[in-house]
Design a protein around this ligand. Sequence first.
Ligand SMILES: NC(=O)c1ccc[n+]([C@@H]2O[C@H](COP(=O)([O-])OP(=O)(O)OC[C@H]3O[C@@H](n4cnc5c(N)ncnc54)[C@H](O)[C@@H]3O)[C@@H](O)[C@H]2O)c1
Length: 385
Amino acid sequence: MSYDTYGHTPSHKAFDLLDVYGIAYDEERAARKKVRLAIIGVGGVAQSKYFPAIARLRMIWEPIEIVAFVEPREADARKVQSVYGGKWYADYRQMLVEEKPDGLLVLSPDHLHAEHTIAGLEAGCHVLVEKPISRSLVDARLMCEAADAAKRTLMTVATMRYSPPYRRAKQFIERGPVSNPAMYVGKFNLGYDYVDLFESGTIHLFDLTRYFMGDVATVNAVGVNRYEKNRRRYPIDNAIATFEFVSGAVGTIYTSASALSFKPWMRVEIYGDKVWLAVDDQSELILYDSEEGPAQSWKPIVPNTLLFDEEFGGFMGIVENFAQVIRGQETPVVTGWDGYRAYELKTATQLSLARKEKVTLPLDDLAAADAEVLAWLQANGWPGE
Ligand SMILES: NC(=O)c1ccc[n+]([C@@H]2O[C@H](COP(=O)([O-])OP(=O)(O)OC[C@H]3O[C@@H](n4cnc5c(N)ncnc54)[C@H](O)[C@@H]3O)[C@@H](O)[C@H]2O)c1
């Protein structure tokens, strides 16, 4: 599969090949070198997203295998093992020594990402770490530097980059007609309050903003705590940030923990010269490029016999890209440094909220920035991770 080619994904071959389940023998894919993966942390996202995505990839002949996983909770470990197989370890060090996997998926809680990622890199693995890359800029930089030192690839999860409508939008920027965009608008509805609005949710949008528009030069943010007093964990429940990009373009994002979370829970608009586009999360891209003609709309074509979320949610795409990177056949669509920059943008936005002033990127004193954000969170009643 080429990630440059919109629509060239497994489900789209189903009708052509008279193969409504999309599982016909795929010679090219089956001939790929086998990749041995291991997972640290098989909780919610592993069980509901990664294992189903990997099972589907295997069904369409992708030679990858979860040889082992690490999980302290015995009940979950036994369930996962009975459904998907793989050897269960309670200790990641033992697993890394005994299994020597080619690639490691770090799907553990945020505060353990740095420890697990650096251990995997030092053991010789390529690593794909869930978002946010870490809970501190200092650790995030250490992780990226550890990958560079070990000459291994570190990727940070950014599944939207692999979702076909967003990939199509990226092509429209790179190849026209939305070249050199002047303005960007993005929104994110987290919609619930049991995880942190910025670190756990809006981080997806911080990454997507950079993906489309490049690095941010300044950020200016305002926020409000309208509904959450006494019932939510985060200092603010709704926020808006405006950006000046290094390219000279401008943009804004808005994010909400209080509104409900239904698709499209994310939305992106990108404005060019006599043209603009909108992506409603993972479901539709609309291009407005003519005064006379109707707008053009791209919606995913999914045969009703096939699964939707694994592919359009981007989880199949990121795992396959990771496997192809390990084989030396593709470059990463998202790197560890992208994860670092997304986290830096999140941090700069919080600094702007805390200081009530415009903040310039890149941030220099990472430890001071981490400490200032933590102080702001704690001063506003944040209970901690
Ligand atoms: N990309 C996405 O859309 C998305 C969605 C949800 C979660 N996430 C991210 O995925 C990660 C996991 O989130 P989750 O919702 O699955 O959480 P979770 O708590 O359900 O799962 C984490 C798992 O890690 C295990 N764990 C804890 N300590 C461990 C240790 N020392 N060694 C090994 N395993 C350990 C836990 O027992 C648990 O099973 C987080 O970083 C989160 O931000 C990403």
